[in-house]
Design a protein around this ligand. Structure first.
Ligand code: IMP
Ligand code: MG
Length: 178
């Protein structure tokens, strides 16, 4: 795996600091609310696992599975493959995602939960790729921005691989052009 990485963007230590900062902010912002973290599988894992341990207020967790990506290019169509189990009416939803690129996935998911009478729906993303945006959608909480390059590790994949790297790195172009 290591040989396929062009450069490391975020080390283990950088990622821990990001989770700590976001966790503090979220704990503060949601202290009088009914917080429910909804992770977007599979990319939210391990970010969500690390982030939630820095959130110090009571919360519930659930997960959804969507598909929009095939290899390196976004397909533009977002399918809900697995829904949540819990009732979110009057709850304060925080969607946890690995990266926001075109913005389509998160816009679709946010609309879905808003229609179910959640009290509030916000998004927390580890990474933001602002240059990739094709619709006007932004996350309230963002770990950090990344350039318009294909990144993997710490949950982010290329064809389902590299999710287990402990850091976020840029994938060598020859991997997805071969
Ligand atoms: P969007 O709908 O284009 O915003 O796509 C978001 C989804 O695309 C994320 O959940 C990721 O799975 C995937 N994605 C976008 N950019 C990258 C990347 O650089 N590496 C890995 N996955 C990515
Ligand atoms: Mg994903």
């Amino acid at each position: 795996m290591e040989k396929d990485i062009k450069k490391i963007l975020l080390s283990k230590e950088d990622l821990d600091l990001i989770c700590k900062k976001l966790g503090n902010t979220i704990s503060n912002d949601y202290k009088d609310k009914e917080l429910v973290l909804i992770g977007v599988l599979n990319g939210c894992n391990p970010f969500m696992a690390d982030l939630m341990r820095y959130i110090t207020i009571p919360l519930n967790v659930d997960y959804i599975v969507v598909s929009s990506y095939h290899g390196k290019e976004s397909s533009g169509v977002v399918n809900l493959k697995k829904d949540i189990y819990i009732d979110i009416e009057n709850k304060d939803i925080l969607i946890i995602e690995d990266i926001i690129d075109t913005g389509r996935t998160l816009q679709m998911i946010s609309e879905l939960f808003s229609h179910r009478k959640a009290n509030s729906v916000e998004v927390c993303c580890l990474l933001d790729k602002p240059e990739g945006r094709v619709i006007d959608f932004n996350a309230k909480y963002v770990g950090t921005s990344v350039p318009k390059e294909f990144v993997v590790g710490y949950g982010l994949d290329y064809n389902e691989y590299y999710r287990n790297l402990p850091y976020v790195g840029v994938l060598k172009e020859e991997i997805y052009t071969k």
